[in-house]
Design a protein around this ligand. Structure first.
Ligand code: CP
Length: 316
């Protein structure tokens, strides 16, 4: 058997080697095909700290943890001492002292994880950190499940044309995906409202009108319009949901222009009738449900990698 991936934390896709990505895909496919979880010779405790709302990522991580045989320690930020001013670091120091080995964290602050993994000599936090999404920074587990879903369809990334459409500026999903997809050899295009495009994306691909390129794309990745992150953005109200759908949404006309083997992806949750026509969310080219299913197996592979990196449960 190939050596399995071993990581101390899993906070970003930026430092993953292509070989690491291959190992994670292989391992996630193994779990998806009914492969057994590794035997743990000692109990491993995990807490999921979601400071932003989540259905998919939170539940999927918990499902993955249970399938791996971990013990999940409930943590509800709304009833925690964070509300008395306790910092994230001190919250984790506390959980670590109680015996928690790993934490999956979603937080609104970009790069929140830096201060948890780059410790000073006088800090003794000893806990594996897995990033469940930081602000508009990274969403490594969504990216990895997207990568698995694309690999399942095409078997390769080299030369694939992937268009990411919509609320780019606010999207951690887009950031992680553009970084990893270009490194794996895909050609990335961006579309959607121009003021959600930023020059920071230039190095990963080119901005182009949706209707000019859609018929050439292998993958169309729709992004959710993130209303909750638009506070103070006066441009956000420039069009209604109907107008957005007409200009940038995946409707029947655009669907019918897609190549025979093209697929449509969306990280969820979907604003039905805005990014995606309601009746097309489960159309044959949609991989929306597949992405969610793959998420459990990819997250098993990611958690296992950190368990191996930290020798938890006797894994190495
Ligand atoms: N894709 C995603 O992160 O969904 P949730 O916000 O429901 O976790």
């Amino acid at each position: 058997m190939d050596k399995l991936l071993s990581l101390n934390n899993f906070v970003s896709v930026e430092n993953l080697e292509n070989e690491d990505v291959e190992k994670l895909i292989k391992r996630a496919e193994y779990f998806k095909n009914g492969g057994e979880a590794p035997h743990l010779n000692k109990e491993v405790y995990v807490a999921n700290l979601f400071f932003e709302n989540s259905t998919r990522t939170h539940t999927s991580f918990e499902m993955a943890e249970r399938k791996l045989g971990l013990t999940v320690i409930p943590f509800d930020p709304g009833h925690s001492s964070v509300n008395k001013g306790e910092t994230l670091y001190d919250t984790l120091l506390t959980l670590g002292a109680l015996g928690v080995d790993l934490s999956v964290i979603r937080h609104s602050e970009n790069n929140y994880y830096e201060k948890l993994i780059n410790l000073n000599p006088d800090q003794h936090l000893n806990m594996g950190i897995i990033n469940g999404g930081d602000g508009s920074g990274q969403h490594p587990s969504q990216c990895m499940l997207d990568i698995m879903t694309i690999h399942e369809q095409f078997g390769t990334f080299k030369g694939l044309k992937v268009m990411i459409v919509g609320d780019l500026k606010n999207s951690r999903v887009a950031r992680s995906n553009m970084q990893l997809l270009t490194r794996l050899g895909a050609k990335v295009y961006f579309s959607g409202p121009e003021y959600w495009y930023s020059s920071e994306f230039d190095k990963y691909g080119e901005y182009a009108p949706l209707d000019e390129l859609i018929e050439d794309m292998d993958v169309v990745m729709l992004l959710r319009v993130q209303h909750e992150r638009h506070d103070g953005d006066k441009n956000e109200k420039l069009f209604s949901e109907t107008e957005y759908h007409k200009l940038y949404g995946l409707d029947e006309k655009r669907y019918n222009k897609l190549k025979k083997d093209a697929i449509i992806m969306h990280p969820g949750p979907v604003n039905r009738g805005v990014e995606w026509a309601d009746e097309l969310v489960e159309a044959p080219k949609s991989r929306y449900v597949t992405q969610m299913k793959n998420g459990v197996f990819m997250r098993m592979a990611m958690i296992e990698a950190v368990m191996r990196g930290r020798k938890l449960g006797g894994l190495e």
